[in-house]
Design a protein around this ligand. Sequence first.
Ligand code: CP
Length: 305
Amino acid sequence: MNNLIDIMQLSTEEIQQLIDTALDIIDKPDKYADSCKRKKLATLFFEPSTRTRLSFEAAMYELGGNVLGFSEAKSSSASKGESVSDTVRAVSCYADIIAMRHPKEGAPLVASRAASVPVINAGDGGHYHPTQTLADLLTIYREKGTFNNLTVGLCGDLQFGRTVHSLISAMSRYKGVKFVLISPEELKVPRYIITDVIEANGIEYKEVTSLEDSIPELDVLYMTRVQKERFVNEAEYQRLKDTYILDTDKLRDARADMIVMHPLPRVNEISVSVDDDPRACYFKQVLNGKYMRMALILKLLEVTV
Ligand code: CP
């Protein structure tokens, strides 16, 4: 496997190996400090990002490598009409590995077919975001100690939330997992995820609209932002954007060991008053993302330490 476009390209054994590498990096960072010396990562971001782009860059620097790239389409030759395929063929001449974010679903897959170096999907439209899922999985593993027998609530924009689609796919492979899918009618999980992933794996699930009613049964609550950039109708976004706001009052009904996750950025969906609650894990996810991206870069570059 030389690319990561969809989290399902990684077996559960490979995910565990990445987690083990990430834990070793956390424990012994110096061991990895020169592991990617003279290697270059290109970050090709056709869509805005704070965490994903900067954590990829931090990851490569902490492995002793270097980084080049662009953070918006308009500063690349895409603005002159260059295709994704031609862009990555060119960048393959300069870099050893590429991380690409693109607003069009499937663009990183197209890129991976044209590139002569590994390509990592750093988010494609409302489709998938596999490296966020790696961050999410390390967070669940560190906080809960297992992926099995967890009741996972996903709340908010489940239609356009690409992190939700990748996390459901990944978690569907573990024993005893249940999903509580909490969204307005307009933002339900796409049917193909329900049929091809959840039902195909015989996973117990329910689709509900009330966060308050669901919260007491959850081991993991994964909040999401309503994805403004995917709406064609601004009035519809305004109507739906504050459907769910997690605050300290709602958390009173949650289990003492439930964890609150969010891929970030957040807008209003988690009150800042929740940040001080020991169950809030969303800034831990940010840091875990860097370690998992380090582990992934090592794997795709076939670097052994
Ligand atoms: N979670 C995430 O993808 O954040 P950014 O959009 O800031 O990269």
